[in-house]
Design a protein around this ligand. Structure first.
Ligand code: MN
Length: 422
């Protein structure tokens, strides 16, 4: 469903480049403050190295870059740059407050606390971890988003740590950070984290998929541009102005599909997804009509997330059709605003004077969990509340044939595969 992400660990990233990017979406931002924060962090981390051998500061810079991609406010970018200085450099929160602001210090304290959570695989401790994460999140959603950006860069550079550590971090990411990114609707981060998890947890599957997709690259690109121009032509006939793009779906979603249908890559037909971005909702349905009259729709594959948005506010129309050359393609139709929310989720709602203002659903969700945190006594009960909401357990899976499987807490697509096949 989501498109293939790009693992872009930026080695040559500089603070000048970051500041340029901030100016592009937030011209009034006080970028002097960002530069001062960078100087402070670079000085604090001086002499420290990453496992990759690079200077440590490349890490906070990349975390800040992800925040900037999500169009973060200045305090979040500053906190991203400073997120490891308390833990790794012995800088005190008081010093951060004195040098910068109480707000930035609070964000860094939140991040330092989360990094001290010892994640364990036992169910009971996972519940405790989630409790702490939710409390941190309820105080300020920005803390969790910076934490996601931190984890993303660690995952992008995971090849430099030991095999054992790779597996542990990747599993923890899949168990804890992916569901959080999903619940907050930050699909760009979720899709990338999932692909990285697959790469380190199931390298055999990951590299086979990568190879297969790469092998057909030129053929695929030709096909994509052909389909894009056919769609554009059809839309022009009805005077609909739209942006149309196509890309392969991300590997993890192809992998999930292979598992759920019990099939091999060759049998997975719809690995390409096309996205049509229009100006308003009426046009979304109009375009759907045009697509269904131009291509044969595949029965049972149409979903209207505009009329019925997902719990994380995701909105879009999805359909699968038989495209040119008789191959199945998925088409997503939405407005530009829906597209922004789909990629960045709760992070689409920055108000630059008030930080991040969670919209309706998301804040209500955090509040509910917080209430649950107060009212239930055991971790087990709390987890029951959480699992009703996050995709982390008590999973119901609908097969393409309409059969329903219930899997236990923490089950993986692999468990599902075993449940369908012996
Ligand atoms: Mn970090």
């Amino acid at each position: 469903m989501y498109l293939r992400p790009s693992f872009s660990h930026e080695r040559q990233l500089t603070i000048d480049e970051l500041i340029k990017r901030v100016h592009s979406y937030y011209p009034e931002a006080n970028t002097d403050l960002i530069r001062q924060t960078y100087d402070f962090a670079a000085k604090a981390h001086v002499g420290q190295k990453r496992s990759s051998g690079e200077d440590y500061i490349i890490h906070p810079l990349n975390v800040a870059a992800t925040m900037i991609k999500l169009h973060a406010d200045v305090p979040s970018i500053m906190a991203a740059l400073l997120h490891d200085v308390v833990e790794d450099c012995g800088i005190t929160p008081e010093e951060i407050e004195k040098t910068f602001s109480a707000e930035v210090a609070r964000l860094v304290i939140g991040l330092t606390k989360i990094s001290k959570i010892q994640f364990k695989t036992q169910e009971e401790s996972q519940a405790e971890n989630f409790r702490k994460m939710v409390v941190a999140m309820a105080q300020d959603l920005r803390v969790i988003i910076i934490k996601l950006a931190d984890r993303m860069h660690n995952m992008r550079t995971l090849q430099y740590v030991s095999d054992e550590r790779q597996k542990k971090i990747a599993q923890e990411t899949l168990d804890i950070y992916v569901p959080l990114a999903s619940r907050l609707g930050i699909n760009s981060v979720k899709a990338e984290l999932e692909d990285l998890c697959l790469r380190f947890l199931r390298p055999d599957v990951y590299y086979r998929l990568a190879e297969k997709v790469a092998m057909k690259k030129s053929e695929r690109e030709k096909y994509i541009s052909e389909v894009v121009s056919i769609i554009q032509e059809r839309l022009q006939e009805y005077s609909v102005k739209a942006e149309v793009k196509g890309r392969p779906k991300h590997f993890y979603s192809i992998y999930k599909k292979m598992m759920s249908r019990g099939v091999d890559f060759e049998q997975i037909q719809d690995v390409l997804a096309f996205r049509i971005i229009v100006r308003n909702i009426t046009e979304c349905y109009k375009v759907l009509g045009i697509m269904h009259s131009s291509f044969t729709p595949v029965p049972g594959r149409f979903k209207d997330y505009i009329a019925i948005p997902k719990a994380n506010n995701y909105q879009s129309l999805h359909t699968t059709v038989i495209g040119p050359l008789a191959s199945r393609i998925e088409i997503q139709i939405r407005t530009a605003e829906m597209d922004e929310v789909a990629e960045t989720g709760v992070a689409a709602h920055w108000k630059y004077k008030e930080g991040l203002v969670g919209k309706g659903n998301q804040m209500a969700w955090v509040q509910e969990l917080l209430e649950a945190n107060k009212s239930v006594s055991s971790n087990r009960e709390f987890m029951d509340v959480v699992k009703n909401d996050l995709d982390i357990g008590g999973i119901f899976i609908f097969t393409p044939r309409g059969d329903v499987y219930e899997l236990a807490h923490g089950a993986t697509p692999l468990d599902f595969a075993y449940c369908v096949h012996t």
